[in-house]
Write a protein that binds this ligand. Structure first.
Ligand code: F6P
Length: 359
């Protein structure tokens, strides 16, 4: 293993980035380092599995001491709040786990940034020991002294100052963009430091791998059906090539795979539940991953417009999400922008298909 002195730590990386902006105060770096610490503390809990303090996905368990246990997503949320609230960098926070914005307690100074996060994405995967992650996005707080309002957070993704995720997999990694490319850091569990191991990540423009929850296919819109049908048709279909399909049900894990070797991820708008035009949340799932993808040369879209161009209407808004290898995402956008002549039959359910309907 390469000795630590030959590696760039996250701290060094941030300090060297900051030197490019002589007017920067160091506030932003401290914020990112506290987010990284929150991720390390979650990584440690996750790694202990059934041996640790965190109960399974089921809420309200009781441990051997008779104490009421909180589910892991609640504990991960608390890790983010407690580790970042005191530093004086934040004007407020919003999270998947909190209905309304979190106010910085009055006894701490307030700062210039807003932190938005999903503390434990894909948490149902914990019980089966499959990779999960945390996702975060940093926005500028509007000027003013008052309480952070929902309105303050309703900024399009283009306003993000930084975004990242931590993936708790075989190795823990932090993937970060500060708007100047994407860099990946691997946690050295002995030193407790994130080390730069994947500088300047680039998503390959082409791919033969797509990820979608095919059990929703009967609810998809025609452009998505067309795209998946063509991939499934393989070498003898219009694409002339075989594709692989993946579905981990943990968006961080899918995004990470796509960053490492390309691919396309779709959780598109569908008609499954008319009250929900998509599954994933705009502010703390779609926007940060979109920022990372675009900074790595990939693309992120609703199918109809870039994710980061969407003006959010509410804190927990859901949206259709398509991201990954640029040429595939652009192809899917073209399908959305071309009027569909017919609703194409779906080969996922035809006679010869993998998902043949019995009977
Ligand atoms: O939003 C949480 C999440 O777990 C994502 O990480 C993942 O991509 C998706 O939901 C899985 O959805 P489904 O249960 O429909 O497969």
């Amino acid at each position: 293993m390469q000795p630590a002195q030959h590696r760039t730590t996250l701290t060094r990386f941030l300090i060297e980035e900051r030197r490019r902006y002589p007017q920067a105060s160091g506030d932003f770096n401290s914020l990112i380092l506290s987010v990284a610490l929150a991720c390390k503390s979650i990584a440690r809990e996750v790694a202990f599995g059934a041996l640790g303090n965190m109960p399974s996905a089921a809420a309200g368990g009781v441990n051997v001491q008779g104490e009421v246990q909180k589910p892991m997503d609640v504990l991960s949320n608390e890790a983010f709040l407690r580790i970042t609230e005191w530093g004086g960098h934040l004007a407020g926070m919003a999270s998947e786990e909190m209905e309304t914005p979190y106010q910085i307690p009055a006894h701490y100074p307030k700062g210039r940034y807003l932190l938005v996060f999903d503390p434990l994405d894909g948490s149902s995967n914990i019980d089966v020991n499959v990779s999960v992650g945390s996702i975060f996005s940093v926005l500028r707080a509007p000027d003013g002294e008052g309480a952070a309002t929902e309105q303050d957070f309703l900024q399009p993704g283009t306003g993000q100052v930084a975004a990242g995720y931590a993936i708790y997999g075989p190795a823990t990694m932090l993937v970060l963009t500060v708007g100047n490319g994407v860099n990946g850091f691997t946690l050295d569990p002995n030193l407790g430091e994130f080390m730069l191991t994947h500088p300047d990540l680039q998503v390959p423009a082409d791919t033969r791998e797509f990820a979608i929850n095919a059990s929703n296919s009967r609810f998809w819109e025609a452009p998505v059906k067309q795209y998946v049908d063509e991939c499934m048709a393989g070498r003898t279909g219009p694409r002339g090539e075989d594709f692989n399909m993946r579905w981990i049900a943990s968006m961080v894990a899918e995004a990470h795979r796509i960053l490492m070797r390309g691919g396309v991820f779709l959780y598109p708008r569908d008609s499954k539940d008319p009250a929900r035009p998509g599954r994933l949340r705009l502010l703390y799932e779609a926007n940060p991953i979109a920022f990372i993808m675009e900074q790595a040369g990939g693309r992120a879209s609703t199918g109809r417009q870039p994710i980061m161009a969407v003006q959010p209407g509410s804190l927990h808004q859901r949206i259709g999400v398509i991201f990954g290898s640029r040429n595939e995402v652009e192809r899917i956008e073209r399908y959305h922008n071309t009027p569909q002549a017919v609703d194409l039959p779906n080969p996922l359910f035809n006679e010869r298909s993998l998902f043949r309907v019995p009977g």
